[in-house]
Design a binder for this molecule. Structure first.
Ligand code: C2E
Ligand code: CA
Ligand code: CA
Length: 532
């Protein structure tokens, strides 16, 4: 027992092995690592030879492929899977979708899709329980054929899975032209350390998948660290020894009966305002525009149920706009909500929801506390203009332009602050007050001036308007003009008793000047107090 069969033994024994049931599927369940529920399983071919024991698919599949026997084997697998699914449904056990493998050799001979469909219909299995898995390399050299088959399957309602994504080849170029719903990332192809370069690569593959509107399954996951890491970058679906090895049908059936199940979320529907395939390609015009010709911008996912936000792409100007010398990686890994306090988070979330509901561009200004490795902490105000670009059951994808308006905000805030003090003072001292801007000759009256004297909020070419209106008496006009010349020369204090208004009511009028750090006069604060 237990030796690898020779090619000749395989070829001679194949038909008999199928007939006598020595070739059959094992099932490897897949789980949502966040909920622990089963979401599907992959059917993997096994050949248990009575004389030589269990053969590894890695050894016999290439032989079957070389001798054009794989098609027969795969169709036999399909039959067994459909019979199993039918059995579950008949006996009231809810199954999970089963992935079956398609070899590139399957599709190079005859109409494979029709044959699959015949089997499925024969067993009355709803198409939602079947997922077609094909490896990336299958597409090499026969792109049109593969794309045709996948499109047919996809249109019939099969979920199409790209197996072993990132194992080589020009992944992205292949992917963007295929109707792929699920991308499988094999952890075994990723060299070692997920906290280093390996992690960055997987991270960007998960983002890429999202952006293409596909979900991801991590395969070959053996440790909790790997699973937790994948979850942290937005890939919740896990297949691997950590949860279960491939198991015989009976054992799988028992698992189905005792596990709680859930369905995978359908992939995102992107609103077709741009060609997303092109958008991801590093050479495309879209990427060129995103990176160079639009202002600071990012794309993020908003999870509708949990409110989680995940930045999936940010252009170089975005990093610059936030300051703090951050790298794209730092931005992508950060949790934006940690930068918001509860008030600004609420504002941001209601704007996001509005963008989702209306499909229109929505603008919002929020304060954030940015922390970066090199620069510590900074409090900034960002104006975001957001627009929905994709939506699925559980998440929305949003394009956001960002502008750092901290400086603008700071000056507005200072102004509001000074105005508040100004108004407060005026109301409580029983006097009138105003602010005279020395360089522009603009005058801003207090609210009491506006109310009692009918002044507008801003007077230009001061003091002429008040002289003209007769509020300021003509016989004092030249003296008052002279005052303003003196203020420009830098006089710090002025004071005189002046009869104001048509009734010539006596007021004590005063000016106090504010200077900048170089001693230049900026503003003069005027007041007029009734002489009792
Ligand atoms: P695959 O489609 O990438 O299948 C996943 C392989 O990874 C399986 O090997 C599975 O047993 C193994 N695996 C799963 N979890 C782990 C893990 O945590 N750690 C490690 N080290 N390995 C894990 P298996 O069953 O030996 O299949 C090998 C390959 O044979 C498959 O790779 C697939 O390319 C091919 N194959 C299997 N069944 C079929 C089939 O029905 N039809 C066709 N055409 N090819 C098949
Ligand atoms: Ca596979
Ligand atoms: Ca695989």
């Amino acid at each position: 027992m237990g030796r690898i069969m020779t090619e000749t033994e395989m070829l001679l024994g194949f038909d008999k092995a199928i007939k006598e049931g020595h070739i059959f599927p094992y099932f490897q369940p897949q789980y949502n690592h966040s909920t622990g529920r089963m979401i599907g399983a992959e059917a993997l071919m096994r050949w248990n030879d009575p004389a030589h024991g269990m053969q590894s698919p890695a050894d016999f599949i290439p032989v079957l492929e070389n001798y054009r026997l794989i098609r027969k084997a795969d169709l036999f697998m399909m039959k067994t899977i459909c019979r199993f699914l039918n059995g579950c449904i008949e006996s009231g056990i809810s199954p999970v979708p089963i992935s079956f493998n398609i070899s590139r050799h399957d599709i190079f001979s005859g109409d494979y899709v029709n044959e699959i469909e015949e089997i499925r219909e024969h067993y009355g299995v709803p198409v939602k329980y079947l997922r077609a898995e094909i490896t990336e390399s299958s597409a090499i050299g026969g792109m049109e054929l593969v794309s045709g088959v996948l499109t047919k399957l996809h249109d019939l309602g099969y979920l199409v899975e790209m197996d072993d994504f990132g194992s080589g080849y020009s992944s992205l170029n292949v992917l963007k032209d295929l109707p792929v719903d699920v991308i499988k990332l094999d952890m075994r192809f990723l060299s070692g350390d997920l906290t280093g370069r390996g992690g960055i690569i997987v991270g960007s593959m998960v983002q890429m998948a999202k952006w293409l509107g596909a979900s991801t399954i991590a395969e070959g996951v053996e440790t909790n660290e790997q699973a937790d890491y994948m979850k942290s970058i937005g890939c919740n679906y896990i297949q691997g020894y950590l949860y279960s090895r491939p198991i015989p049908q009976d054992e799988f059936l028992e698992k189905l009966k005792t596990s709680s199940l859930e369905s995978t979320k359908p992939s995102m529907k992107l609103i077709s305002i741009m060609d997303t395939g092109k958008f991801w390609s590093p050479e495309s015009l879209e990427t060129l525009i995103f990176s160079n010709y639009v202002g600071a911008a990012c794309i993020f996912s908003y999870y509708i149920d949990t409110g989680k936000v995940d930045i999936v792409r940010a252009n170089p100007k975005y990093m610059k706009e936030l300051g703090m010398n951050m790298t794209e990686d730092e931005v992508l890994r950060s949790d934006p909500w940690l930068e918001h306090d509860s008030e600004s988070r609420a504002e941001m979330e209601s704007a996001i929801k509005k963008a989702i509901e209306t499909g229109e561009e929505v603008e919002v200004e929020t304060w954030r506390t940015i922390r970066s490795k090199c620069c510590g902490e900074d409090h900034i105000c960002v104006r975001s203009s957001m627009r929905l670009i994709g939506i699925s059951d559980d998440q929305a994808m949003i394009y956001a332009r960002a502008r750092n308006i901290t400086a603008e905000k700071a000056s507005i805030r200072a102004l509001a602050e000074s105005e508040k003090v100004f108004r407060y003072a005026a109301e409580h001292t029983n006097s009138y007050a105003w602010e005279y801007d020395i360089s522009t000759d603009e005058m801003r009256p207090c609210s009491r001036c506006m109310r009692d004297l009918g002044l507008p909020p801003l007077l230009k070419n001061y003091p002429e308007p008040v002289i003209e209106s007769g509020l300021f008496p003509a016989d004092y006009a030249d003296m008052y003009r002279e005052w303003h010349r003196k203020l420009k020369e830098g006089v710090g204090e002025l004071e005189a008793d002046i009869p104001l208004t048509a009734d010539r009511i006596p007021f004590r009028v005063r000016y106090t000047t504010e200077f900048d750090e170089n001693g230049r006069p900026l503003k003069a604060y005027g007041s007029a107090e009734l002489i009792k």
